[in-house]
Ligand binder design. Structure first.
Ligand SMILES: Cc1cc2nc3c(=O)[nH]c(=O)nc-3n(C[C@H](O)[C@H](O)[C@H](O)COP(=O)(O)OP(=O)(O)OC[C@H]3O[C@@H](n4cnc5c(N)ncnc54)[C@H](O)[C@@H]3O)c2cc1C
Length: 177
C-alpha cells in the first residue's frame, strides 16, 4: 500500500523548496489489547493480527442543522462534541414541540441513543395527550436505564456536558461553560 503525498499550496503560491518527496507506508499487522476502566492497556492481553489495512473512525459531531433552522436554543458544548440543543430532563428542547434523542443530543453511543429515543418518544406522546397509563413508571425506567449506561469512567465527561445542556424547570438555563 502506498501513501500519496498531497501538498496544499494553491497554483499561484510559490512551490516549497522540495523537488521530490517519496513516501511508502505499508501496514503488515496490528497488535490489539484489552483496556481497563481507565483505558490503559492490560498487559498480557495482546493479540497479533495480520492485516493490511487499518480504518480509523474519529471526529464525530452532532448533525444539528435542522435544530438550528427550527430556532431551538443551541449551545456549543465540547463534552458533547459540538453544538447541541438545550433540553430538559425529558429531552424537550427550548421549543415545546421539539424533542431530541441520540447523537444529535451529543455524541455518545447506540445504546443510550436508543433509550433516549424511547424517552423522547414517550414524552412527545404525553405532550400530545397520548401518555400511556404507566407513563410515570416508564419515564422513570428510561431515565434509570440511561443513568445505568452512564455509570462508568468515560461517561463522566458526557454527564458534565449533559449538565451544561440541561434546561431547568421554567426554561431557565442555569449552567455555565
Ligand atoms: C464508525 C462508527 C462506529 C461506531 N461504533 C459503535 C459501537 O460499536 N457501539 C455503539 O454503541 N455505538 C457506536 N457508534 C455510535 C452509534 O452509531 C451512534 O451513537 C448511533 O448510531 C446514534 O444513533 P442516532 O439515531 O442518534 O443517529 P444516526 O444513527 O446517525 O442516525 C441519524 C440519521 O439521520 C439522518 N440525517 C441527519 N441529518 C439529516 C437531515 N438534515 N435530513 C435527513 N436526514 C438526516 C442521517 O443520515 C442518519 O440516517 C459508532 C459510530 C460510528 C460513526
Amino acid at each position: 500500500m502506498g501513501a500519496k503525498f498531497v501538498d496544499s499550496v494553491s497554483p499561484s503560491t510559490p512551490l516549497p523548496p522540495y523537488k521530490e518527496v517519496k513516501v511508502t507506508l505499508e501496514v503488515t499487522g496490528a497488535v490489539i489489547a484489552s483496556l481497563d476502566e481507565k483505558f490503559n492497556y492490560i498487559p498480557g492481553t495482546e493479540r497479533n493480527l495480520e492485516v493490511d489495512t487499518i480504518c480509523l473512525a474519529v471526529g464525530l459531531s452532532p448533525l444539528t442543522e435542522l435544530l438550528f433552522q427550527t430556532g431551538c436554543e443551541m449551545r456549543y458544548i465540547p463534552e458533547l462534541c459540538g453544538y447541541v440543543a438545550l433540553r430538559d430532563e425529558n429531552l424537550k428542547t427550548s421549543l415545546d414541540h421539539i424533542y431530541i434523542a441520540g447523537d444529535v443530543t451529543g455524541i455518545e453511543e447506540a445504546s443510550s441513543a436508543m433509550v433516549e429515543g424511547q424517552l423522547a418518544g414517550l414524552n412527545t406522546a404525553a405532550s400530545l395527550d397520548f401518555a400511556p397509563p404507566n407513563y410515570y413508571e416508564l419515564n422513570q425506567a428510561f431515565k434509570g436505564e440511561l443513568a445505568q449506561l452512564r455509570h462508568n469512567e468515560i461517561s463522566k465527561v458526557i454527564l458534565r456536558g449533559i449538565e451544561k445542556a440541561t434546561l431547568r424547570k421554567g426554561g431557565s438555563h442555569v449552567c455555565s461553560t
